[in-house]
Write a protein that binds this ligand. Sequence first.
Ligand code: TRP
Length: 384
Amino acid sequence: MTIITPWEVKGNVDYDKVITEFGVSRIDEKLLARIQKIAGLHYFLRRNIFFAHRDLGFVLDQHEKGNKFFLYTGRAPSGPVHLGHLIPWLFTKWLQDAFDVELWFQFPDEEKFLFKKELTLEDTERFTFDNMLDVIALGFNPKKTHFLIDTKHAHLMYREAIKVAKHITFSTAKAAFGFTNEQNIGAIFYTSMQAVPAFLPSVLQKKNIPCLIPYAIDQDPHFRVSRDVIPKLGFYKPASIQCRFLPGLGGMQSDGKMSSSAGDEATIYTTDDAKTVKHKVSKHAFSGGKDTVEEHRKYGGNPDIDVSYQWLTFFEEDDEKLKQTYHDYKTGKLLSGELKAMLITKINDFLKGHQKRRDEAKGKIEQYLYKEPKKATSLFMEEQ
Ligand code: TRP
């Protein structure tokens, strides 16, 4: 059985089925051609890794009219960042540059505190600062990127969150998230906080600004609910664009996405050193190769179920090289060990640069945290 909720992804995900069940739209050729004309096509779009959307046409219309949209995405800190987390952020970085737009990045430090019994608020606060380093390392423009931390920006966000909450009944939340009566009421309220950054920039600038939210498809229930509410508050319905999951090392059949719950051995963290990456891929990446070299040469491997090949579709930018790899593996020219070695090199090259930028990010957090313009008025007076 396949399960996709914001808290759990299990089983082999059928993305065609997801499109109909979640009510998102496929990113079709026409839309791709439009994006291509304006911004070019990121390889995540060419390869259908970002595969679905809601109202993407609307933000493109607005963009063409010279009405800039802003981007919104986020990360609920619950542990160290792994490679799977980076997929939507890498794409968000591309969008920021290609469309030259602002990004609001939410760190809901209360979310996993509310949803995971074992996590204290101190834990999630610690992970917030750790996880920010990974986001900064991806190179977002500090002048156009604003971090929101729910417990730190609560004075700005709470006021908007209650407006959202007033429009969501418990039965709606139950239907969207599968809550039972045993759920704590903080968790039930949480989706209102995740809705806020989709219109907070409009509140702050006192004008209606279109919003585009890139996310992995498991976050969809939050936005399905908030898209119904936000127009009632007088703002544009946020548009969104959804990606597939980076499969777990154990294979698409067993883990729908890479998740630290599969254990540290089968998860590649952004801070893993080259030796660790080599060990994890060699030992744990599910192979679509044959049992013996002779058989493999004779019958070829199966790239469609081979995790190393699937991962290369996420990390190898060169289409020609990828195509050649697919062909060589399928015809038995390329062995499993050789394919794994290609992936190991690819990941380690990326991580080398990432870890350097991650280290440098330690001095940059301040530049990214959202700071309100100074107000001379008292807390109780309307702004002048
Ligand atoms: N709920 C997300 C998580 O579990 C964090 C998040 C907050 C988010 N706002 C978002 C993700 C907007 C995508 C888009 O990590």
